[in-house]
Ligand binder design. Structure first.
Ligand code: UD1
Ligand code: MG
Length: 416
């Protein structure tokens, strides 16, 4: 099946220069979530209609193997689908249409929607949902229970405003009738745009079978038109991720004050204290304690039984089993062996203004409070640094050495 994703709009209501679909949720553009859902359902090469800042959106698409089609002027959702017409390979068969600002619909809902569409043999099926507050969405109009039309908010009468069944903007169309109907869509509405939603009324009048399936939950039907919507979607994605980890035996002391991106692994028996922010791609072992107030950034792996305490930031680092970094620390580009203790206030100075450098710390090392590692440096197994040491690259440190001072140098057993 072919799919068209609509992503050409600026997103005026976002009050932002960034195209709406590129606004990140946990570092990943909203459009990425949509493309991943489609790929999960087997639609790996959708057509994406681009327009506003087309090049920016186009370059993001490369990662996903989607094909961009250009809508030069943004004259509405119907106009956007028209722009994709010439790109479609076959003029017949079903086509899925999905707005790029609708990232919460789950793959299983898409599957149900596909099945219902097939069963009903409809020429167009619309995925709908019921919203407590339907404002902003197109209303699903029914006559004696039968789906008849979609009425946009601005064009709705007060009676139509109270309808709570709304359009998610996700449709399955028979391609042939879609493009025939689009030819007939006018722009006689409050926005003066070519509405894709008008095709429903047109097709129904001509005797085609139109259906609306309310298979999506209110949460899934949450689109993004404003900054407030973006925050709501972020919250929902966070809740979904936390629920997944809870089901796998991770304890969250305050889920609402904890932020976990998608694609994070956390082992059983780990406790996450409040106000932690954990980025995509992080792996945390079993029986760890994280936070409160910890930021764990991408490409970080934390071994079983480790403790990452308050005001600790870890970035692109590998921490072994039972590493303790309990207070006020920055670990960037570090590799730390099992059983090492990182004293309060330890900082890896990993950036020289041009490049990032590694700090390699062995097993069972004791790092004294306020140690600074001016990377690249290497601390062998069993070594110690004194409080306030500044460890610089040139000085050779051997296994079991104790180094102190600025710059840090090994001291003899007698002087320790
Ligand atoms: C649209 C629907 C509404 C539905 C809602 C669900 C129409 C007329 N209305 O309204 O019934 O309830 O989605 O979220 O379709 N776009 C283009 N080119 C354009 C205009 C829009 O590509 O010329 C893209 C946008 O980038 C966006 C998507 O289409 O990703 C939807 O456009 P948007 O302006 O957000 O429509 P809504 O007002 O949300
Ligand atoms: Mg929208």
């Amino acid at each position: 099946m072919e799919a068209i994703v609509l992503a050409a709009g600026k997103g005026t209501r976002m009050c932002s220069e960034l195209p709406k679909v590129l606004h990140p949720v946990f570092g990943k553009p909203v459009l990425g979530y949509v493309l991943e859902t489609l790929a999960g359902a087997g639609m790996k090469n959708p057509f994406v209609v681009v327009g506003y800042k087309a090049e920016e959106v186009r370059s993001f698409l490369k990662v996903y193997g989607a094909t961009a089609v250009l809508q030069r002027e943004q004259k509405g959702t119907g106009h956007a689908v028209m722009a994709a017409g010439p790109a479609l390979k076959n003029r017949q068969g079903p086509v899925l249409i999905w707005p790029g600002d609708m990232p919460l619909v789950k793959p299983e809902t898409l599957e149900k929607f596909l099945a219902e569409h097939k069963k009903s043999r409809a020429h167009v099926s619309v995925l709908s949902c019921f919203q407590e507050d339907p404002s902003g969405y197109g209303r699903i109009m029914r006559e004696e229970g039968h789906f008849a039309a979609i009425r946009e908010e601005l064009d709705a009468t007060p009676e139509e405003h109270v309808i709570r069944e709304v359009n998610t903007g996700i449709y399955l169309f028979d391609k042939k009738v879609l493009f025939e109907a689009l030819e007939r869509v006018g722009r006689d509405n409050q926005k003066g745009e070519y509405y894709l939603t008008d095709t429903v009324e047109i097709l129904r009048r001509e005797g085609y079978c139109v259906e609306a399936f309310s298979l999506a939950s209110a949460e899934e039907g949450q689109g993004i038109n404003s900054q407030k919507d973006l925050a709501t979607v972020t919250k929902k994605i966070n809740e979904r991720e936390i629920t997944k980890h809870q089901e796998e035996g991770v304890t969250f002391m305050a889920p609402e004050q904890t932020f976990i991106a998608p694609d994070v692994k956390i082992g059983k028996g780990t406790t996450i204290y409040p106000w932690c922010f954990i980025e995509s791609g992080v792996e945390i072992g079993r029986e760890c304690a994280i936070g409160p107030f910890a930021k764990i950034r991408h490409d970080t792996v934390i071994g079983d039984g480790a403790v990452i305490g308050s005001f600790v930031e870890v970035n692109r680092s590998h921490l072994g089993k039972k590493v303790l970094a309990k207070h006020l620390t920055y670990l960037g580009d570090a590799v730390i062996g099992d059983g090492t203790n990182i004293g309060a206030g330890t900082v890896t100075a990993n950036f020289d203004g041009k490049r990032k450098h590694q700090t390699l710390i062995g097993k069972n090392v004791m790092i004294g409070s306020n140690t600074v590692f001016v990377a690249p440096v290497r601390i062998p197994d069993g070594a110690r640094t004194g409080a306030g040491s500044v460890v610089i690259p040139k000085i050779k440190i051997k296994k079991g050495d104790v180094v102190v001072g600025v710059p840090a140098r090994p001291i003899s057993k007698k002087k320790r």
